[in-house]
Design a protein around this ligand. Structure first.
Ligand code: DX5
Ligand code: ZN
Length: 225
């Protein structure tokens, strides 16, 4: 029931295809795909062309995290590029119900993302329509930042709201997830764990890069919960 979602933000982009197949072969479940626009966040990463290029390499779910503003125009491009889940930040949308509808109309699962300072009231009228809630445990824009512990109380609050809704909604955490804190994060209510630097920096020296050791260590921690 727990899913591990490596963020390819910390992968070696010169070998991105191998980095994706290797991490899935190493036991990870989902590819987390961070899209940054140098506007909503102060960094610039990858777009639909890269999503389309990696789509044939794996059957794993591609979980697109849009850190872009405005958000609506780019959604159909990611759906066509093979994204399975598309998540957006409510501050980056003028009409959040419309954005959720647009994602679902394109045949994708819809997620809403909460920055450390974003209140949960954005869930009030749309929770039932969501497939995923993503809690940020760092401010978005960069990999390798430190986990912000207040995210744990937020996870627990969202877990309660999901249980009350009776819906099957994934609860994902993103930022600073490591072997030494993943169990505590799971206890707070998360079921899906993005990990960028913890996974991709674990194996920089071996070639080909395999991630079995770190993925197993994350799963071993989850087994203790
Ligand atoms: C940050 C991104 C994260 C990031 C996580 O804006 O959304 O997905 O890659 O990286 P780590 O796991 O290194 O904090
Ligand atoms: Zn992310």
């Amino acid at each position: 029931m727990y899913r591990i979602a490596p963020s390819i933000l910390s992968a070696n982009f010169a070998k991105l295809g191998e980095e994706i197949t290797n991490v899935i072969d190493s036991g990870a479940d989902i590819i987390h795909f961070d899209v940054m626009d140098n506007h909503y966040v102060p960094n610039l990463t990858i777009g639909p062309l890269i999503c389309e290029a990696i789509r044939p390499l794996t059957n794993a779910v591609i979980d697109v995290h849009l850190m872009v503003e405005p958000v609506d125009r780019i959604i159909p491009d990611f759906a066509k590029a093979g994204a399975n889940i598309i998540s957006f930040h409510p501050e980056a949308s003028n009409h959040i119900d419309r954005t959720v509808g647009l994602i679902k109309d394109q045949g994708c699962k819809a997620g809403m993302v909460f920055n450390p300072g974003t209140p949960l009231h954005y869930l009030d009228h749309v929770l039932d329509k969501l497939d995923l809630v993503l809690i940020m445990s760092v401010n978005p824009g960069f990999g390798g930042q430190k986990f912000i512990p207040e995210a744990l109380t937020k996870l627990t609050a969202v877990r309660e709201r999901i249980s009350a809704s009776g819906k099957d909604i994934m609860l994902e955490i993103d930022g600073g997830v490591k072997v030494d804190n993943i169990a505590e994060i799971a206890r707070a209510g998360a079921d899906t764990f993005v990990a960028g630097s913890a996974i991709y920096n674990a194996s920089k020296d071996s070639d080909p890069h395999r991630y079995d050791t770190v993925v197993s260590a994350l799963r071993a921690e989850l087994a203790k919960v």
